[in-house]
Design a protein around this ligand. Sequence first.
Ligand SMILES: [Zn+2]
Ligand SMILES: [Zn+2]
Length: 256
Amino acid sequence: MIANYHTHTWRCNHAGGREEDYVRNAIARKFEILGFSDHTPYIFPGTYESGFRMLQNQLQDYCHVVRNLQKQFSGQIQIPLGVEMEYYPAYFNETLMLLRDAGIEYLLLGQHFVGNEINEHYSGKATGDESILERYCTQTCDAMQTGLFTYLAHPDLIHFRGDERTYRKHMRLICTEAKRCGIPLEVNMLGKMLDRNYPNPVFWELAAEEGCDVILGCDAHAPEHLLREDTERQLLAMIRSYGLNLLEKATLRNIK
Ligand SMILES: [Zn+2]
Ligand SMILES: [Zn+2]
């Protein structure tokens, strides 16, 4: 691979390492592009504070550090400045304005919660409830329709334990909508490294049936995650075996 747009930093409280070491490892891998996309701050009502994303008052420093890396490594590697973001309709617009003002260059969609994270369902928590699966798909499709997201990270994050026919019926809608909107679907390397419920082969079979574009994403939460060529090889083999259309680079979507 020559481009990775899915990279975190220590600010989200569950990633580590120095930003510069992520860049150095990407250069060692001969990447042309390393995009930072840490978990966005989100403006929530009341006193709720999220534990897995940077705080609003860290956004400026995040942008500053990434912009300095852009200068420091200019001519060696491109370092676009992005964030990974959920689509929580009730809180989305205000947060989007914050990101625009800060000069964020691209958004990855990562729908970590169904509904919202304050009082609803974590997408990665196993469930047999079809209504949760259905809401995950609807919310993800609504997000893609905003036209703001460069790609959909780990579309198969939702952990549905019900029957496969039901899973296929709903998840196919994500594939058809991604295809219609021209949004690539990310095959997530971290899920593979940590042996999570994704990448889910059933989902990638659907994506192949619908002719979706796919892209590899490291979802690096540590600089070493960028060095996992073994994981890359395994996932490239899966991508080939399903005949999926792999993109080497993504076209960044303007967030204005
Ligand atoms: Zn994370
Ligand atoms: Zn991520």
